[in-house]
Design a protein around this ligand. Structure first.
Ligand code: ARG
Ligand code: ZN
Length: 881
């Protein structure tokens, strides 16, 4: 790993390179432990650059084995090289030359899974953000775009398949059982989009005709024996291609589009030009091994990576500070795609839940940073929910402020103006301004200021004047390095619900800018007046979650019940139901902590039961309403002095009380949903399964008997139902014979299915209670556990640390100690994965004092090591600051 561990990179230091790269010719001679990489780079000096400036290339852990300029070996006095840099001096006066660089690398020893690595007999690459420099010396930065030709030479038997970006232009059999393939990508691209795959894989093929009539070959490569499981990903790809043409006018540009699924992968997936590489859990699906959530993720991520072809590849980032330019926008496009393919409000509720569970805590903790940061130590640590999901919300707000047509016009201009460019977030915003005439100067602060705004709402109704007055305030709490916060430009969608449940339309809104029902907040405090309101309405704020903010509104119980029962904006309706539940749970946790008995108001149960039974609502929505906030959700709502045991006790009590109150309904709902005999992963069928399983969890809790879940496990004919039943047994009846039987049956049945065993590991790792730590420790010795596989590590260790509040936060600190030990060994192997795992502890300061001190001690123990990776060093230092 790199030696300059504490370097900080600043946005203000951005400088273009002194040289421009025109073409790169790469030759890979693949060997398991020794691969040689030849790189022939045609370059010229940038007009205006200092003629005496040397050429400085990035490297990471490289050894130079050959260097030539215009075909002649370079004398040692003309260059310097070490593991991380190559510097060449005294370049030709005319500034045009070809540099030939040779390196040798060991793909089998590459446990970081960054650069070129070989696992399970497959060679593959991950170059974003700075992995290409682990392959050869180069300008490994996104603003250097070049045309690549890639020649791959390998053993024909073990590597019948040789893939890279673009189109294959040549194939040949060589001596000694070797063969070669040559690929050419006509689109200039930055090094992070380079990809290579070699090995022996199965493949499915299909075709797509683009809107202008071009024929594209589509291929999905997976491990042998798994080709039938690639069909859903292929289907999702075709739908995504069609959707991007219809919605945004974007057409695919090469003759072939390939996806490769690999089993050892640090992230979700990667959008390499024409050759996307995926974590196999985001490709492989069939009814027996994948849940409905898996299907939905696969659809979303296949689309996400495909959408990058325009937002990311055709137009890329000038530097990594602009990461959200491609990621935020692409997540937004992905979200819109999912909303069009599925139920829009249900998809939106899932996004809101995700944002609150992951991005809000990041924005409120020690790792908070703006959507466009201005400095970083390790860019790998900035592939965050802030850059991705908050970035998406920012693009969504632009669409809300400009309207769908304005947004489309701005984006059209962006594609037209910047195609082939490496640009900034300012360039992006300017397109919307120029296309629509809107001034986004104030709005741009969303990119630059960290923290989640809190909107306070106060209302007054004047019956005589028929006026409703809304006073809206906004504040953002300080984040690391940013004490003073300015007011943001916030689009807040507001609905008024009349006494009979109807939407009330004001005759006018005064007091500030608004676009139909969207109020534009721009100041610390503003008052809006709604005229022509004949009766006191219930006010529904932040409909459709129009802004990623927290709302503080001391609303009457009566108004909230009206919204929970009648709001036509289902996102806001869910939010109110959820808030009612959360309030009860927080109060219950306080009761437990104070030694009082838990009392539950009947109204919450009534609302949940009525919503679950309401046939006018879609099952997926009813399932969402019926799912109580998690222990983690409750902890986040409590904010500080969090006691996970009290929360667990309180939630169990509330859950049991609701289960008792609605026993008959829940029992009925477990069998009320008819699904066709043959499994279909469509959203409606998935919604019915979700409602059945949410009801099942409550039904068995009411019955105090696992029998119903046990039967459901036995009858399940798909992974969604089977996993749901197993989780209910394992979590609600931990230690029972029924739970242990289901768990060992599942383990046996899926012994040869690593991705399914991940579900088993996670189920076990999240069983509430102190005893789970011993089980997790023992599971590290399970034959199926493999500490070199990121999915396995996340399924067991990641799930335990991030999703088991009582088990991980044991009051003796043993959970933290175990985790710190794991982190320290894992960091040597895979820094990207380890630094990400470590963020599970980022909110430790919210814990009650005893646990907080124990957690801090372990984070400090990690920080005391002086040989941490730059990734982990950066995370723990920021956590302790
Ligand atoms: N660009 C990829 C995506 O589609 C993710 C790459 C993550 N790489 C990293 N070094 N963290 O979102
Ligand atoms: Zn992405």
């Amino acid at each position: 790993m790199p030696t300059d561990k504490n370097r900080t990179v600043y946005l203000k230091d951005y400088q273009p390179t002194d040289f421009i790269i025109e073409t790169v010719d790469l030759v890979f001679d693949l060997g398991e432990t020794m691969t040689t990489v030849g790189s022939e780079i045609r370059m010229r000096r940038r007009p205006g650059a200092d003629p005496s400036a040397p050429l400085v290339f990035d490297g990471d852990g490289l050894a130079l084995s050959g260097l030539a300029l215009d075909g002649k070996p370079l004398l040692p006095e003309r260059y310097d090289s070490d593991a991380d840099t190559l510097t060449v001096r005294d370049l030709p006066e005319d500034g045009a030359f070809t540099l030939t660089v040779k390196t040798r690398i060991n793909p089998t020893a590459n446990s970081q899974l960054l650069g070129l690595y070989r696992t399970n007999g497959i060679y593959s690459t991950q170059c974003e953000a700075e992995g290409f420099r682990r392959i050869t010396y180069f300008y490994d930065r996104p603003d250097v775009l070049a045309v690549y030709t890639v020649t791959i030479i390998a053993d024909e038997k073990t590597c019948p398949l040789l893939l890279s970006n673009g189109n294959m232009v040549e194939e040949q059999t060589l001596d000694d059982g070797r063969h070669m393939a040559r690929w050419h990508d006509p689109f200039p691209k930055p090094s992070y989009l380079f990809a290579l795959v070699a090995g022996d894989l199965a493949m499915i093929e299909d075709r797509f005709t683009t809107m202008s009539g071009r024929d594209v070959t589509l291929r999905v490569y997976v491990e042998h024996g798994k080709a039938e499981r690639a069909g859903y990903a292929m289907d999702a790809l075709k739908r995504a291609m069609k959707w991007d043409e219809e919605r945004f006018g974007r057409e695919y540009d090469l003759d072939i589009f390939m996806i490769v699924a690999v089993s050892d992968f640090n992230m979700g997936a990667m959008e390499n030009k024409g050759l996307n590489i995926f974590n196999d859990r985001l490709i492989l699906a069939d009814p027996e091994t994948a849940t409905d959530d898996d299907y939905a993720r696969i659809e979303a991520v296949v689309a996400h990576e495909y959408f990058h072809n325009w937002t990311g590849n055709r137009i890329t980032c000038r530097d990594w500070f602009q990461l959200s330019l491609k990621e935020g926008l692409t997540v937004y496009r992905e979200h819109e795609f999912s909303a069009d393919q599925r139920s829009r409000p249900v998809v939106r509720v899932d996004e809101v839940k995700f944002l609150r569970a992951h991005q809000f805590p990041e924005d409120g903790g020690p790792l908070a940073h703006p959507v466009r940061p201005t400095e970083y130590v390790e860019i790998d640590n900035f592939y965050t929910t802030t850059v991705y999901e908050k970035g998406s919300e920012v693009s969504r707000m632009i669409a809300t402020l400009l309207g769908p047509d304005g947004f489309r016009q701005g984006l059209d201009l962006f594609f037209e103006r910047h195609d082939g460019g490496a640009v900034t977030i300012e360039d992006y915003l300017k397109c919307f301004e120029e296309a629509t005439g809107h001034d986004l100067t104030h709005f741009a602060l969303w990119y630059h200021q960290a923290g989640t705004p809190v909107i306070s709402v106060a209302s007054a109704y004047d019956e005589d004047k028929r006026e409703l007055t809304l006073t809206l305030g906004q504040t953002t709490t300080p984040t690391p390095g940013e004490k003073v916060k300015k007011p943001l430009h916030i689009p807040l969608r507001v609905g008024l619900i009349g006494p009979n449940g109807d939407n009330m339309e004001p005759s006018a809104i005064t007091g500030g800018e608004h676009r139909k029902d969207v109020l534009e907040l721009t100041e610390d405090e503003q008052t809006f007046v709604f005229e022509g309101i004949g009766a006191r309405p219930a006010i529904s704020v932040n409909r459709d979650f129009s802004a990623p903010v927290k709302i503080r509104f001391d609303q009457s119980r009566e108004d909230r019940l009206r919204i929970a029962g009648a709001e036509t904006d289902l996102v806001a309706r869910w939010d109110t139901i959820n808030a009612l539940a959360l309030e009860t749970l927080v109060k219950a946790a306080g009761d437990v902590k104070a030694g009082r008995s838990v009392t539950i108001d009947g109204e919450l149960g009534d609302v949940l039961i009525a919503t679950a039974e309401d046939d006018a609502l879609e099952p997926a929505f009813r399932a969402l309403a019926l799912t109580l906030p998690s222990e983690l959700d409750i902890g986040r709502a409590i904010v500080d002095n969090v006691d996970p045991d009290a929360i667990h006790t309180a939630r169990s009590a509330v859950f049991a009380a609701i289960a008792q109150a609605g026993g008959d309904s829940f029992a009925r709902l477990t069998t009320a949903m008819e699904n066709p005999r043959t499994f279909s992963p469509d959203a409606e069928s998935a919604g019915r399964r979700a409602l059945t399983n949410a009801a099942l969890a409550l039904a068995v809790a009411g019955e105090g008997d696992p029998a119903r879940a046990n039967r459901a496990y036995g009858h399940a004919d798909n992974m969604t139902d089977m996993l749901a039943a197993m989780r209910i047994l394992a979590h609600q009846f931990a230690g029972s014979a029924e739970a242990e039987d289901a768990l060992s049956d599942f383990r046996r049945r899926f012994a040869g299915e690593p991705l399914v065993l991940d579900k088993w590991f996670s189920t076990l790792a999240t069983v509430p209670g102190a005893q789970t730590l011993e089980r997790v420790a023992a599971l590290m010795g399970d034959d199926a556990f493999d500490e070199t596989n990121p999915n396995r590590v996340r399924a067991l260790i990641g799930a335990f640390a991030s999703s088991n509040p009582t088990g991980f936060n044991r009051d003796d600190g043993a959970g933290y100690n175990f985790f710190a030990d794991f982190i320290l060994t894992s960091d040597k192997r895979n820094a990207t994965l380890t630094a990400r795992l470590m963020t599970a502890m980022r909110s430790f300061e919210a814990l009650e004092p005893t646990r907080q001190a124990l957690a801090r001690r372990q984070i400090e123990r990690i920080a005391a090591h002086d040989d941490l990776s730059r990734n982990l060093r950066d995370i723990v230092d920021r956590m302790l600051k």
